[in-house]
Write a protein that binds this ligand. Structure first.
Ligand code: TXA
Ligand code: MG
Length: 344
């Protein structure tokens, strides 16, 4: 594809001096990719419509897909939100800083470009020390979607960010690989019963322990029905997808091995659980043990991207358990596979 524009991207580290540079760029309305504990994010000043507009251009992101605003003090909620209910403060006390995004009624300080025209705003207080230091150095809350080209698997390493966004953003702050590996849990407090719109590392069970009743949106594990409006606009787009055709296989290791043997041909890859690769008749990747959903979360996006690097045309993927953090892994893989699931 022809590049619409080309920026000079500065490569920064997590050093104090570089964090200051990143903060200054952001305060000047520039775009900077930053590490967080979930995935790398592409940040811009959340209070500036023109700064935020550059995020959409860099990613090729649909304009109606709203952004998460990242903060480093709970008090910033009062700037961003028209109302801060007790439930929000209870969630903040339990899970912030951390991989939880809370949707609340937005204040006038939040530009429409951030909320995608909705009356709500998504807010997250990340745990990653570098993310927090950059927000503090910028002196403003930061809108930050995942730092990938729209539709691709989210980046969990600085190298993947550079591969997607070099020449499209003003700077990239490189730090360690992301510890969680899948994006934050998104919960809305703007429905009668609080509702999880996107599963993540903070599980529905953990949220129920704080809030009591919590629902999980149907779109967590099913496609949006024709004619339905997405509660979370991001959930309606093709998402997290490798270039290869991904297909989930639900079954035990030996049934998966047999199915893949029957479908083996040039360009077919397997993406299976650690220890279940023996006897596979095609090239394979592993993404954590079957019963280790946290390891799966850490590795899933990198495995999808590696399959593409290795020239996969079709990837058969062992289907994770939809429990705990596994629900988030399953949610991402279902979309990566465009909801193609075969029970074997
Ligand atoms: O872990 C994360 O959340 C990462 C890191 C960088 O913090 N960020 C991230 O952002 O995943 P993004 O833009 O890739 O995903 C944001 C999701 C989308 O599905 C979007 O539709 C939803 O949150 N969202 C944002 N604001 C919303 C709102 N006001 N109402 C409903 N959904 C919203
Ligand atoms: Mg994203």
């Amino acid at each position: 594809m022809k590049e619409a524009f080309r920026l000079t991207t500065q490569y920064l580290t997590a050093s104090k001096a570089d964090v200051e540079i990143a903060g200054r760029l952001l305060a000047d309305g520039k775009t900077v990719a930053i590490p967080t504990e979930t995935v790398y994010g592409l940040a811009a000043n959340a209070l500036s419509a023109s700064a935020v507009a550059q995020i959409f251009v860099a990613k090729g992101r649909p304009q109606d897909n709203p952004l998460i605003v990242h903060i480093h003090t709970i008090d910033t909620l009062y700037t961003l939100c028209a109302e801060v209910p007790k439930a929000a403060l209870d969630l903040a006390a339990a899970f912030w800083p951390g991989p939880l995004t809370i949707i609340l009624p937005k204040s006038d300080a939040v530009p429409d470009a951030v909320s995608g025209g909705l009356s709500t705003v998504a807010v997250r207080f990340p745990a990653h020390p570098t993310a927090r230091a950059v927000i503090e150095a910028a002196g403003v809350p930061l809108a930050a979607p995942s730092a990938n080209r729209s539709g691709s698997p989210s980046p969990t390493t600085a190298a993947r960010v550079a591969a997607d966004l070099a020449g499209r953003v003003d700077a990239i702050v490189a730090d360690d690989d992301c510890a969680v590996g899948v994006e934050s849990t998104v919960i809305t407090l703007c429905t009668e019963v609080p509702r999880v719109l996107r599963p993540g590392a903070i599980t529905p069970e953990q949220l129920r322990a704080v809030l009591g009743q919590v629902q999980v949106d149907d779109t967590a594990v099913a496609p949006l029905k024709d004619g339905d409006v997405a509660a979370s606009p991001g959930m309606k787009y093709k998402h997290y997808a490798p270039r290869a055709t991904a297909i989930l296989l639900r079954g035990d290791a030996s049934a998966i091995r047999t199915y893949i043997a029957e479908h083996a041909e040039d360009g077919v890859f397997a993406m299976v659980f650690d220890g279940e690769e023996h006897g596979l008749s095609v090239p394979f990747l592993t993404y954590g043990a079957r019963d280790d959903d946290e390891a799966q979360a850490r590795q899933v996006f990198e495995a999808l991207r590696t399959a593409d690097d290795r020239g996969a045309r079709t990837v058969y993927i062992s289907c994770p358990r939809a429990e705990g953090v596994g629900l988030a892994v399953y949610n991402r893989l279902l979309r990566a596979a465009a909801f193609r699931v075969v029970t074997v």
